[in-house]
Design a protein around this ligand. Structure first.
Ligand code: 13P
Ligand code: SF4
Length: 317
């Protein structure tokens, strides 16, 4: 009878990843929501904007995108000649899935006078129907650069759209999409936490619902929340976004306390994105070893999706 191979230790897997990375001239990028051990071995950690920027300028031959599918697609569109791997190709995104490309195309067609602005959390096919892509890190800046009377369609995240409308005074037409993690935080439980921790500041991602944005001390992308925590002097923070960000917050601000905000359903770990957590250290190793699973994007779609991504990079300089 064949014996089951004994599992390698984490230390061995990390050493193999490091060796393969050099051999293949690969860059490992990780979003802040990735598992701690993946953030630990990544060459670059960032929010969606920083990951896109880094992908656009790297001279690596292989990009291992430890994030979700649309992040891999964005990197592939920016670097068509590179091999882009996502350790688990099943790592999707409920927000991207809330925007069907054909329905979105119909919506765009029925509002011909509008500029189409899409959040980066979309499929390449939706980006192909878009004029400018934005992330939560640059949406405000980019919208403010458009003429005040410009008619705008914004999709798919309704909560982010409402936030941008509120801070810019625009009346963008919003698609009704949401992220299942950010849309489920409980304002009641967060208010309760705030009573128990009166000194804590509340950090909220703009994909959260409007009432949470209103009670926040800071609303911002993952990178913006991190930067706020680093520069601010409060001793404690209630963090209302996917809990993976706490790893980098605790690393960058060792003396401070970060509390992960609870979701409505106390039974589930709803402040974790199961798609982001599908990538594991073992899968990163296997992806590097085997050169798969690789992201591919239809050439015609990629060509159409490239321009709005490039416009984002130009406009957020
Ligand atoms: P940012 O990294 O742009 O803050 O986006 C959060 C997110 O939901 C990524 O999936
Ligand atoms: Fe998508 Fe939400 Fe997961 Fe981000 S946290 S990848 S928006 S499902």
């Amino acid at each position: 009878m064949e014996s089951t191979p004994s599992p390698r230790s984490i230390k061995e897997i990390k050493a193999e990843i490091s060796r393969l990375k050099k051999d293949k001239n690969a860059l490992i990028m990780a979003h802040y929501y990735q598992r701690d051990e993946i953030q630990e071995i990544a060459d670059f950690i960032g929010d969606s904007l920083a990951l896109a920027r880094q992908a656009a300028k790297t001279d690596a031959d292989v990009i291992v995108m430890c994030g979700v599918h649309f992040m891999g697609e964005t990197a592939k569109i920016l670097c068509p000649d590179k091999t882009v791997l996502v350790p688990d190709l099943g790592a999707g995104c409920s927000l991207a899935d809330s925007c069907d490309p054909e329905e979105f195309a119909e919506f765009v067609k029925s509002h011909p006078e509008h500029t189409v602005v899409s959040y980066v959390n979309t499929s390449a096919a939706v980006k192909a129907h878009t004029d400018i892509v934005v992330t939560s890190g640059n949406a405000r800046k980019i919208i403010e650069k458009l003429p005040a009377d410009e008619k705008i369609i914004f999709g798919p995240d309704h909560n982010l759209g409402e936030y941008i409308n509120s801070v810019t005074g625009r009346e963008m037409l919003l698609w009704n999409g949401a992220c299942h993690v950010h849309d489920r935080f409980s304002i009641e439980k967060i208010m309760e936490m705030k009573r128990e921790h009166p000194e804590a500041k509340v950090l909220v991602h703009p994909e959260c619902r409007r009432p949470l944005q209103l009670i926040a001390d800071k609303v911002g992308s993952t990178a913006a929340l991190l930067e706020f925590a680093e520069q601010d002097d409060a001793p404690e923070y209630i963090v209302v976004t996917e809990s993976g960000i706490l790893f980098e917050m605790r690393r960058k601000c060792p003396g401070k306390i970060f509390l992960s905000a609870p979701a409505e359903d106390a039974e589930c770990q709803c402040n974790q994105c199961e798609f982001m957590k599908m990538n594991t250290l073992e899968k990163v190793y296997e992806a590097l070893r085997d050169g798969k699973p690789e992201i591919t994007v239809d050439a015609e779609v990629a060509e159409k999706a490239l321009r709005p991504i490039e416009r984002m990079l130009e406009m957020s300089e």
